[in-house]
Design a protein around this ligand. Structure first.
Ligand SMILES: Cc1ncc(COP(=O)(O)O)c(C=O)c1O
Length: 432
């Protein structure tokens, strides 16, 4: 697989040319950090090396078109929702969205019809009832369906089934696949585009070898292939990082040459780990998201995470009930050996206690106004204990995973207060 962006950057850096252009560090910080000089193409008007690299990626993923983002999946989500606004669609969304979705809804003043998932222990993850989805699409006018899959714990939505329902109601299926860039290269292709999604975003920095901030917006649709780049340009910086673009170019080479071998090796190590701790490691979902239900065996996830840290392992996420260990195809056998040693220590030293299930929303909080109105009104920060009955302003979410409890414009109720408390959120922003 060729790497047009990297090749250009190398050639330019080696040429010894005098850089009478941005950036001001003149190559001292990093010789590949350049701006849009002649030959370097331009992200939002790509017709040269960037377009060539994007087309490489599109071929690897089997998409109609794939667009690079140097603003993470956040920028991709902004672009896909802009495309829905241009189409005059409202949004039907499964509630366990990332805050990037809610912020974009506010900026674009979109109308969201929420569907609560059937939560499984906390607000991060849950099953999707297809009959409920169908009902919403049937009654929701011109809409689209927005799904987060895999979610933060690695749980998959049934994208194939959802795409069939969406087709019935002429609703595009948008998938936040920020955690699933590797899925196209699993033994069976499990990528949302292969399973019928119209548009999806992949954070290449989460599961693949892209630099932080790298992501790709994929589409299977001719219609959206022609407008998504323009949509992205409305939110993206006019100075996209060439280091990030180069890392996307490198992802292509990695995917073409090594990823399948690395995935196969890691799947073996992960299944050994899961088999060893099968009484509390979730077996379903994406194998690279190792979600450990510590509470099931009477351990606090936060305490296990602390002991793992003392033993040289930092996890992606912990709360009182679970920890999430995020692996990738780039992990190696010694990593798993170290993880097992640290995990054994954690189980030896952690105290057994009574741990209650994490709370989740049983009903949507009452809506007082649209997200887009609430976000731009005067607000104040108050202690969570005083928040019941007040209207949520901007989002306060456990970070990561940045999944909202009450959404801006909703009235914070006792259930929300309890969720905030259990996720360690002490203050919330409410309307004055
Ligand atoms: C499910 C999900 N969607 C979107 C995002 C935003 O992605 P990025 O950080 O690449 O902008 C995240 C980030 O954590 C996420 O977890």
């Amino acid at each position: 697989m060729n790497t047009p962006v990297i090749d250009f950057l190398r050639k330019y850096a080696d040429s010894g040319i005098l850089r009478c252009h941005m950036p001001g560090h003149k190559g001292i910080i990093n010789k590949y950090d350049i701006t849009e000089i002649k030959g370097a193409d331009s992200l939002f008007e790509a017709d040269g090396i960037i377009l060539e690299s994007e087309r490489n990626m599109s071929r690897l993923y089997g998409t109609k078109a794939s667009f690079y983002s140097t603003g993470g999946s956040t920028l991709c989500i902004q672009a896909m929702l802009t495309a829905m606004k241009i189409d005059g669609r409202n949004i039907t969304a499964i509630r366990n969205v990332h805050r990037a979705f809610v912020n974009t809804v506010a900026l674009l003043d979109l109308n969201v019809d929420w569907i609560l998932p059937e939560y499984s222990n906390g607000i991060l993850s849950g099953g999707i009832n297809h009959d409920i989805v169908e009902n919403h699409l049937k009654n929701n006018g011109k809409t689209c369906l927005y799904v987060t899959s895999p979610d933060y714990t690695g749980k998959f939505a049934d994208i194939k089934a959802l795409s069939e329902i969406c087709r019935k109601y002429d609703a595009p299926l948008l998938v936040d696949n920020a955690h699933g860039a590797h899925l196209a290269f699993m033994p069976e292709n499990m990528h949302p585009i292969a399973l019928g999604a119209d548009i999806c975003c992949d954070s290449m920095h989460k599961m693949l070898v892209g630099l932080t901030g790298s992501a790709v917006l994929h589409t299977s649709s001719e219609r959206y292939a022609s407008c998504l780049r323009q949509c992205m340009s409305m939110f993206g910086s006019t100075s996209p990082s060439y280091l990030i673009l180069a890392s996307l170019d490198l992802c292509n080479k990695y995917i073409a040459e090594d990823i399948r071998r690395d995935i196969a090796e890691n799947m073996g190590y992960i299944s050994d780990f899961k088999a060893k701790y099968k009484e509390f490691v979730l077996s379903e979902g994406d194998c690279f998201h190792i979600t450990v239900n510590t509470a099931k065996c009477g351990y606090s996830g936060n305490e296990i995470a602390d002991i793992l840290r003392e033993n040289g392992v930092e996890c992606e996420y912990s709360d009182e009930n679970i920890i999430i260990l995020l692996m990738s195809p780039k992990n190696t056998r010694p990593d798993y050996t170290k993880l097992c040693t640290a995990f054994e220590k954690a189980l030896d030293y952690a105290e057994k206690r009574d741990i209650h299930d994490m709370p989740f929303l049983t009903h949507l909080p009452e809506k007082a106004m649209n997200v887009g109105k609430a976000v731009f009104m005067p607000c104040e920060e108050i202690p969570v204990e005083q928040a019941e009955g007040r209207i949520c302003a901007s989002l306060k979410v456990p970070c990561p995973p940045a999944i909202p409890v009450a959404v801006s414009g909703e009235i914070i109720n006792a259930e929300c207060v309890e969720i905030y408390r259990r996720y360690g959120i002490k203050k919330v922003m409410v309307l004055k």
